[in-house]
Design a protein around this ligand. Structure first.
Ligand code: LLP
Length: 416
């Protein structure tokens, strides 16, 4: 975590002490490093060299407008899965002509808005969706740029909930169906096949599944050429993993080189949709210990962030490191279960963590920049955390903590 360094015995975000941010903005608090975000994006972008490419950051990983703005300034494209994400990209100054739209259930209004904004490609997930896109494009008198999301049926060897490229998943269509959909699209006056799309899963720590997926989609490209359908880009999705604990994910440069070599066509534009690999290790969640509590054989550190703030541990048994921001020697040394205030047994951030703790200690949950705030909820009527962006020695609030009017003001207005 080079952008979350230790200085004078305490953890910083770039040059700003996290303890100072907790004082200033309160906890729970998401803190992001703008330098880390930009560097990760650039690593993807530069690794492509002269190969035509677009790095479409997966907005779902972290959709704060200031995060999107920083990446838009770097020249990023965006992968969206809802019209809400499209509106965020536009509000942050993103370029619609560099946006690809993924997702299995695009509504009429979402398709219409995407066409109106002039996005790069709608990634089609079924025959029914292709028909709907054609209908909406016709009604608006435009030609819709489409790519078919192919399910290459490879095992991404990741958590079953985040593996998406197997036959049994709801995503994409099989290769035979894809050929048929391309022929239909090519023949339709309001559809233009522009690319081919696949995404096999998330938090991948090996390159082989990517290589296998590319091999399968390249074979499909050949088949399509025989039908006189030439595509302009190949979208290989997201999925590159990060190190949370002892995983050893491939370096960005090796991952990109693998894709470029497997595609082996210097004229083909390659699109990738990284989310986690850009944002995860660019953020932490700060939380304060409210109480220490000891049961028969368990030690609980009850903190002010819960599963509503960061659901990954509860939902996927995900492991994220938890470190005291200002470590000290006084306190109780034990294997702590770090648990939240929410009324659910599953409400934990980490279990059995060997730490020396006192009440009021400040903890940082590491690698929380992706799928942290975006998956947060208001369960237990808990306001969502504030978010802060740090760059060098400067910190700025990029989303205030929610207050009661934001939580239920609109409901209060409905009372009678
Ligand atoms: N493209 C598509 C079509 C996707 O479905 C996803 C993620 C991505 C790109 C970005 O994948 P990434 O580069 O971030 O791996 N909430 C889970 C992760 C869900 C990922 C869903 N799709 C988690 O917290 O681990």
């Amino acid at each position: 975590f080079i952008h979350f360094p230790w200085r004078d015995g305490e953890l910083h975000a770039e040059s700003v002490p996290l303890a100072w941010l907790a004082e200033e903005y309160g906890t729970p608090l998401y803190v992001y490093s703008e330098t880390a975000l930009r560097e990760r994006y650039r690593a993807f972008d530069q690794a492509f060299g002269s190969q035509p490419h677009t790095v479409c950051y997966a907005v779902k990983a972290n959709s704060n407008l200031s995060v999107l703005q920083a990446l838009a300034q770097e020249g990023a494209g965006f992968d969206i899965v809802s019209v809400g994400e499209l509106e965020r990209v536009l509000a942050a100054g993103g370029d619609p002509s560099r946006v690809v739209f993924s997702g299995v259930a695009k509504r009429h209004d979402e398709i219409a808005r995407a066409l109106e904004a002039g996005i790069k490609s709608l990634n089609v997930e079924s025959a029914a969706e292709l028909a709907r896109i054609a209908e909406v494009a016709q009604a608006h008198g435009v030609v819709a740029p489409v790519s078919v999301r192919v399910n290459p049926d490879v095992d991404a060897k990741t958590h079953p909930y985040i593996s998406t490229g197997l036959k049994e998943n709801k995503f994409g269509v099989d290769i035979a169906t894809a050929t048929q959909l391309y022929r239909e699209a090519a023949a339709h006056p309001h559809l233009q096949p522009v690319g081919l799309d696949c995404h096999i899963g998330s938090q991948l720590t090996e390159l082989t599944p990517f290589r296998d997926a590319v091999a399968r989609v390249m074979a499909l490209l050949d088949t399509l050429r025989q039908h006189d359908i030439t595509l302009h880009h190949l979208d290989l999705g997201g999925g590159l993993g990060v190190q949370y604990r002892d995983e050893q994910p491939p370096a960005i440069a090796d991952y990109v080189r693998t894709l470029v070599e497997a595609v082996s066509d210097p004229n083909m534009e390659i699109i990738i949709e990284p989310g986690r690999a850009i944002a995860a290790n660019a953020g932490v969640l700060l939380t304060r210990v409210e109480y220490l509590k000891h049961n028969e054989d368990h030690h609980f550190a009850i903190v002010d962030a819960g599963m509503n703030d960061l659901i990954r541990p509860a939902l996927y048994q995900a492991w994220q490191d938890i470190v005291p921001v200002q470590p000290h020697k006084t306190g109780t040394t034990a294997a702590w279960d770090i648990v939240g205030p929410v009324c659910e047994t599953g409400d934990f951030l980490g279990k059995g963590r060997e730490l020396t703790l006192q009440a009021q200690d400040l903890l940082a949950v590491m690698s929380a920049g992706a799928y942290g705030f975006t998956m947060a909820s208001n369960y237990n009527t808990r306001p969502r955390a504030a978010e802060v962006m740090v760059k060098g020695e400067h910190a700025r609030l990029i989303r205030p903590r929610e207050d009661w009017p934001m939580l239920f003001g609109s409901e209060a207005a409905c009372l009678r």
